[in-house]
Each structure stands twice: as C-alpha cells, then as structure tokens.
Design a protein around this ligand. Structure first.
Ligand SMILES: *[C@@H]1O[C@H](CO)[C@@H](O)[C@H](O)[C@H]1NC(C)=O
Ligand SMILES: *[C@@H]1O[C@H](CO)[C@@H](O)[C@H](O)[C@H]1NC(C)=O
Ligand SMILES: *[C@@H]1O[C@H](CO)[C@@H](O)[C@H](O)[C@H]1NC(C)=O
Ligand SMILES: *[C@@H]1O[C@H](CO)[C@@H](O)[C@H](O)[C@H]1NC(C)=O
Length: 373
C-alpha cells in the first residue's frame, strides 16, 4: 500500500513536470486524483463556483469537491482516507484537455462510486465519441469501482469530458470520482496460430496499482472502440471485469476477464470465417483467486455450436482448458462467452468465472456437403 502510494505520488510528480505539449503518458492524468483542490475563494461550502477553480480541470454544472474522509449527509459512503473526490451533481461536467497522438487509441479508467441517486449514469466523451456508463450496480465491497472507456484520437489535442446526465430533485445527487487515468492502446495484432485478436486479453485498460478490484468494461456497441481491443461487451447495462496478476489469479499472461454479470452480459468477438469450414475454439476457464467459490460455468457459442464449460472453483485460483469445434455458417462468426449464472462472494459482491487464452484455428477439413437428391 505504502509502496504503491509512493509509486502514484511519483507518477503524479512526473505528470506535473511534463510540459503540456508532450503527449499524455500512461497513468494518472495531470491532477488526476484531484489532490490540488479548488481555490477556497471559488467555493461555497463544498460547491465549486469557478469554472477554472481547480488546476488542470474545467468544471461546469453542480460540482462539489469533497475531501478525504468527508461524507455529506446524503452520501452512501465517505471519501476514502488519502483521496479527494469531485461529485458530479445535476448536469455537472469535468473536462481536461489532453495532448495525444493523432489516430492513436486510448482508454480512460476512472474510479467512481454512486452517491444517492438510484440509476446514476456518466457520459464519458472525447468528441465525436461518447459512452454512457451506468454507475448503478456496485461490484466491490468498498462501493468504489473502476470503469473504463476508449476512444480514437481524431486530433492531437482532444478534450475528455465526464458528464452526469442525470437531473435529480436534489441537485447534489450524483456519482463521486476519485481518480482518472489514461492508457494508450496498441492495435491488436493477429498472431500466428490464432484467428482472434487479443485472445489472451493482454491489451486492455489501465488498472490503478492501488485498486485490487479490477476494472469494469461496460457494454460496448459495434463500431465503437473497446477498452478491450478486439472484444465487444454486449449487454443492456452490465459489465465484465478486467483483472490483473498483481491482484488476481490469471490463467495465462498478466490479464484475464472475469464474467461477473451472469447471462446479463456477454464477451463477444466477431471473426471472418469461410462458410462450411470447420474451426476449433480453445480457451481456459478458471477462477480469479478472489474467493468466488462453487460450480462456475461459461456458456460458449459459435455459429450453431455451443458448450457449457463447467469449472468447480475453490476460489483460490486455477483453470481448465476447453475446446469447441464448429462449422461456420457465414462469412463471419461471433464467438460468445457468458457466465451461466450469477455468483456472489462472501462479501456479497458479484463474481464469476474467468476466461483467458482464447484461440481460434481452422481445422483443415471442410464439413461434409449435404447431398442434393
Ligand atoms: C452559498 O450557498 C447558499 C446555499 O445554497 C446560498 O444561500 C448562498 O447565497 C451562497 N453564497 C454565495 C456567496 O454564493
Ligand atoms: C454525451 O456527450 C456527448 C458530448 O458532449 C454528446 O454529443 C452526446 O449527445 C451525449 N450523449 C448522451 C446520451 O447524453
Ligand atoms: C460472403 O462473401 C461473399 C464474397 O464476398 C459474398 O458474395 C456473399 O454474399 C457473402 N455471404 C454472406 C452470407 O454474407
Ligand atoms: C494458450 O492457448 C494456446 C492455444 O490453445 C496453447 O497452444 C497454449 O499452450 C496456451 N498457453 C498456455 C500457457 O496454456
């Protein structure tokens, strides 16, 4: 903890020292933990009244600044010790200008918590792209969750906006944010022996070293950039969780995906196939070593084929390999992974099976042709 905090402090210093013309580096945004608070002369109680009151950020709407350990009467939880939060009330926005590499892809990770409204949502945008992220389900016992979103930079200077779309009776009601970071995303290369991109999930959003709870990847529609390159999350409001080795058991490499929302969300990749040809999908199912015990299972679908990959979890980490062979019925095939059930840890937070090291290969025998009589 002390070590990672020192590490973050160092990151912050580096961030501040960098001249504004240099492209952003992976990690916290300048004043990304809001440790440099607003000028007191531009505050009324906790409400920030000046648009430029806080270093590096531009504010509009009903924004509050809430210091470490403090809790407002209507808030569900206190701001953690050592952190400072901005609270985005009615129509509130925080913005920061970023120097980026044109045409490059970036993911944004931020740590947020719901305060008093039931269905809070944040619109995260970098013109012309945006994503509306539901901050509704709580996935950690602390109430603080990390969320991710991705964009493609159209210019070398872009503005990141985080906006509370809600209009509540109590104008202060809205999500709290304690940290915002960025990470450049490499384009997933197709590697030999795997038709899928980023099948090992090694490319993904930034994970704060001091957050042991992974990062939520929200539903992502087609044609929108994914913080998990190559993959789409299909759901109405539910997420999948991106987990890393310092904090979780991961079957292969340093990252994997935990399916935390049962059948309410699916991890999907679309891949070019040849109609009538046979393919083999290989993958690992396991547990993240986070106390998610019991009979876990992943439902896998591709073309007309499906498989229920069952895994008995003791919650201590482990995995099993599975294979699904299918015959393509079109020029493209969607491979779909879903947890067959909702599961809960002893702290009542959602959990589920982990999927990793997914690969797809063509099998060199076309399926037998149906005879025309
Ligand atoms: C501060 O907020 C209170 C309550 O909303 C309001 O009555 C007062 O006029 C505000 N003060 C200033 C200086 O804006
Ligand atoms: C989200 O914000 C962007 C940028 O301000 C805007 O163009 C878009 O319409 C907003 N979407 C929603 C659903 O509020
Ligand atoms: C598959 O691709 C071929 C050639 O591009 C095209 O003629 C055909 O209509 C496609 N079939 C489907 C089902 O999309
Ligand atoms: C990952 O999957 C590929 C293809 O199934 C396999 O060859 C490789 O051994 C796997 N890696 C590990 C560490 O299991």
């Amino acid at each position: 903890m002390t070590k990672s905090r020192r590490c973050m402090a160092l990151l912050l210093l580096v961030g501040m020292a960098a001249p504004a013309v240099l492209a952003v580096t992976d990690g916290l945004l300048p004043n990304g933990r809001f440790s440099q608070g607003p000028d007191k002369s531009q505050m009324n109680g906790t409400v920030v009244t000046g648009k430029h009151a806080m270093p590096n950020w531009e504010l509009s709407g009903f924004v509050e600044y809430i210091e470490s350990g403090h809790k407002e009467a209507d808030m569900l939880l206190a701001v953690p010790v050592g952190a400072n939060a901005v609270r985005l009330g009615n129509d509130a926005t925080i913005r920061q200008q970023l120097s980026v590499t044109r045409k490059a892809y970036y993911s944004i990770t931020f740590v947020a918590a719901r305060s008093c409204a039931q269905a809070e949502k944040l619109n995260v945008s970098v013109d012309p792209e945006f994503g509306v992220l539901p901050i509704q389900t709580v996935y950690t016992s602390t109430g603080w969750d990390s969320y991710s979103w991705a964009f493609k930079a159209r210019r070398s200077t872009v503005t990141l906006s985080i906006h509370n779309t809600g209009i509540e009776e109590d104008p202060a009601c809205g999500p709290l944010i304690i940290a915002v970071a960025i990470k450049a995303l490499a384009l997933p290369q197709r590697i030999k022996g795997n038709m899928l991109r980023n099948g090992d999930f090694e490319l993904g959003p930034y994970i704060f070293p001091d957050t042991p709870w992974g990062v939520m990847v929200p539903p992502i529609l087609e044609d929108v950039h994914s913080p998990l390159p190559g993959w789409m999350i299909m759901s109405h409001t539910k997420v999948v969780k991106y987990v890393d080795t310092p904090h979780h058991a991961v079957p292969h490499g340093a990252y994997a995906v935990e399916l935390v929302a049962g059948r309410e969300s699916a991890l999907v990749q679309e891949v070019g196939t040849v109609e009538g040809w046979t393919y083999r999908l290989s993958f690992f199912v396991g547990d993240a070593g986070n106390g998610c015990t019991g009979s876990l299972a992943v439902e896998v679908y591709a073309a007309g084929a499906s498989l229920r990959a069952a895994y008995e979890s003791d919650g201590k980490g482990g995995s099993k390999p599975f294979k699904l062979q299918f015959t393509a019925v079109g020029n493209s095939t969607r491979v779909v992974f879903q947890s067959s059930n909702h599961h809960m840890k002893s702290d009542a937070t959602l959990c589920g099976p982990v999927v990793d090291n997914v690969s797809l290969v063509g099998v060199r025998v076309p399926a037998p042709r149906r005879l025309r009589l």
